[in-house]
Write a new protein. Structure first.
Length: 308
C-alpha cells in the first residue's frame, strides 16, 4: 500500500489505574496468571503522527522522558512498524509524544503511547484497520496496550491481555501521588515471589488461576465509591512497599486525611487514592502537596485512544 496524504493526526490515550490486582502462583514458564480490574483515567498521553520516510519519535511535555529509548525498543515505534508491516505500508512516520503519564509508574503510559500510535498511523496512512483490526496488533505489543485502545473499565485475565469490558456507572474520583523514581515491573514480581517463598508457611499455597472478586465488580457496576474502597486490593503492593518503603508514609498520609482508600497502582510506585467527591480530591491533593509529594486529581472511567 502506498501513502495517503494528509496529517498531522493527533490521538490521545489514557493512563490507567489497577483498581484490583491478583497474581497467581509462579508458573514453570516464569509467568503468572493475573486478574485485574483496570480503569482508564483522565491523565492522557497525546501522540501526533506526521508523514516521514523513516520512523522516529520525540518526547515533549511535563514528564522527563530523557531516559526513554528512541529506537525499536520503544513501544510506540514498535507499534508503528508492526502496523506498516501488517498492512504493507511502505512509508514511515515521525511521532511526537506529549508525555503526561509518569514513566515506570504502574499507569501504562508506554502502552497508551503504543495504542495512540496505532490509531494515529491507521488514520494518517489510510490503512483502514479501525479499532477492531488494531486490537490484535495491540495484544501483540503488550498486555496493557489493548486496554489503552479500548479504555473505560475492564477485567484483564491470563497475562492481563484477555480483556472483557466491565459494566461501570458514574464517575470515580482519584488523587494520584507520583513518585520521582520508577519501579521495574519484573523486579516487583520477583520481589513478590521471594516474599511468598519466605512466608510460604503463613501464606499457604498460591492458586494457579486467579479472578477479580465479585465485590469489586459490583462496586463499579453501581458506582459506589465506599464499596469500591473496601474491595480494592493489589497483590504487588507488598513488594512495591518493600522496594520503596517511602510509599508507606504516602499511603498513611492520604488515608488519614480524607481518602476512602489508597492503593499502589499496578507495579507502582504511583499511589492511587479513591475519594468521594472532587472537593475531597482537591483537599487530599493539597495535603500531599504541602508535604512535598507531587499529586494530581483525575477521574474515571474515560474512553480509550481517540483522534482529537
Amino acid at each position: 500500500m502506498g501513502r495517503s496524504r494528509g496529517g498531522p493526526v493527533t490521538v490521545r490515550a489514557p493512563g490507567k489505574i489497577n483498581v484490583f490486582f491478583r497474581v497467581g502462583a509462579l508458573q514453570s514458564d516464569g509467568y503468572h496468571d493475573v486478574a485485574s480490574l483496570y480503569q482508564a483515567v483522565s491523565l492522557f498521553e497525546e501522540v501526533t503522527a506526521v508523514h516521514a520516510d523513516d520512523f522516529s519519535i520525540r518526547f515533549v511535555g511535563p514528564v522527563d522522558a530523557s531516559e526513554l529509548p528512541l529506537d525499536d525498543s520503544n513501544l510506540a515505534i514498535a507499534a508503528a512498524k508492526l502496523l506498516a508491516e501488517r498492512t504493507g505500508f511502505s512509508g514511515g512516520v515521525s511521532l511526537t509524544v506529549l508525555k503526561r503519564v509518569p514513566i515506570a509508574g504502574g499507569m501504562g503510559g508506554g502502552s497508551a503511547d503504543a495504542a495512540a500510535t496505532l490509531v494515529a498511523c491507521d488514520e494518517l496512512w489510510g490503512t483502514g484497520l479501525g479499532r477492531a483490526g488494531l486490537l490484535p496488533l495491540a495484544a501483540e505489543l503488550g498486555a496493557d496496550v489493548p486496554f489503552a485502545l479500548e479504555g473505560g473499565t475492564a477485567v484483564g485475565t491470563g497475562r492481563g491481555d484477555e480483556l472483557s469490558p466491565a459494566l461501570a456507572q458514574g464517575d470515580f474520583h482519584w488523587v494520584l501521588a507520583l513518585s520521582e523514581s520508577g519501579l521495574s515491573t519484573p523486579v516487583v514480581y520477583r520481589t513478590l515471589d521471594e516474599h511468598r517463598d519466605r512466608h510460604a508457611s503463613a501464606l499457604g499455597p498460591q492458586p494457579d488461576l486467579v479472578k477479580v472478586e465479585t465485590a469489586v465488580l459490583q462496586a463499579v457496576r453501581v458506582g459506589d465509591a465506599d464499596s469500591l474502597a473496601d474491595a480494592m486490593h493489589n497483590d504487588l503492593q507488598v513488594a512495591a512497599l518493600k522496594l520503596a518503603p517511602e510509599l508507606t508514609e504516602i499511603l498513611e498520609l492520604g488515608e488519614s486525611r480524607g481518602a476512602l482508600a489508597g492503593i499502589v497502582s499496578g507495579s507502582g510506585p504511583t499511589i492511587a487514592f479513591l475519594v468521594g467527591t472532587p472537593q475531597e480530591a482537591a483537599e487530599v491533593r493539597t495535603v500531599l502537596g504541602r508535604r512535598g509529594f507531587r499529586a494530581l486529581t483525575v477521574s474515571g472511567p474515560v474512553p480509550g485512544a481517540r483522534v482529537i
